[in-house]
Design a protein around this ligand. Sequence first.
Ligand SMILES: *Cc1c(COP(=O)(O)O)cnc(C)c1O
Length: 380
Amino acid sequence: MDLEDTLLMMPGPVPVAPKVLRAMSKPMINHRGKEFSAMFDDCTAMLKEIFQTQNDLMIVSGSGTASMEAALGCTIDKDDKVVAIENGKFGERFKDIATRYGQVVPLEFEWGQSVDLELVEEKLSEGAKAVTMVHNETSAGIRNPAEEVGKLAKKYDALFIMDGVTSIGGDDVKVDEWGVDIAVVGSQKCVAAPPGLSMISVSERAFDAMTKENLPYYLDLKAYKKSADKSQTPYTPAVPLFFGLQEALKIVMEEGMEARAKRQATGAAAIRAAMDAMGVEMFPQLNEVSGYSNTVSAMKAPEGVSGNDIKSAMMEKGIIIAGGQNRLSGQIFRIGSMGNVAPKDIMLTIQELELVLKKLGVVNEIGAGTEAAAGVLDTL
Ligand SMILES: *Cc1c(COP(=O)(O)O)cnc(C)c1O
């Protein structure tokens, strides 16, 4: 299979625009020079708009997990309690990181189940330094109640540390309005840059909470802030990725966040409509405060079929979708529609999926899914 002909429909890495790829092949520059600083400031300003924040914003050379670790590693000392909300693999990751730095208070829901706010409040009322939650739980295709958890964190004076890796840049995420003290995003997801960078916003309250004697060294957010105030990074940044990020962010700005969020929500709604028409069930179990993800759709594998078989059959057609991770392997399949994925990419994916499902005996006739998806996308 020719890699240039493959369509990535997964929750990161996502397809990257040709001008982003070209930008990365520019000659290297001095990362302590004016040219880099100008690029750094440009990226930071665009990111603050996307995060909807006035907080400090740092760009870390390392994938999303590096910033998740920076968030906890800088704020949590060994006796500090962290309420770690989990309803999927990335919530579990936050919990695992918190375990390394402090006292974790796990709040576990089965993967794909909704977060129960009463239980969040119960745990927070017992006193905690921080609460972690994944806004858009990529592994399960569910959107968790960030605004509500932000309110509870404020009420009980805990820091709200949010993984916005697959929501920021795709959804309308209001970091300041929701009271998110630390928000994290990765370059290879909604902003459609190549993998390797992560971006993290930090409130004054979160900086004030960094009182531990030994912060991590490479991921010391205070050092990042000190350098960011001089339009630099503390250590040599991944310069080619910065070139790519700047172009990718310009594309986001040209589209405009409002239009982008609408396109994402409509794309995911089209996928769900197609599934409904084909008799394929969505995986998440929603409650009144959760929602289906606007950037990645998770479906239950139809009776008698493994999610991995669907993924493999799609791969043979040159379309890369995702299966389930860890305990969800085989049970679900996922279609990412984040980044610059266009309606025509979604249509092609649904058409091919419909053919795959017919072959697997899940649907008897072709057309219902395609028509349903087209009907929703036509509203764009
Ligand atoms: C992709 C992703 C991450 C980061 O994973 P990396 O492999 O470090 O890029 C974190 N959280 C969520 C919700 C993600 O989807």
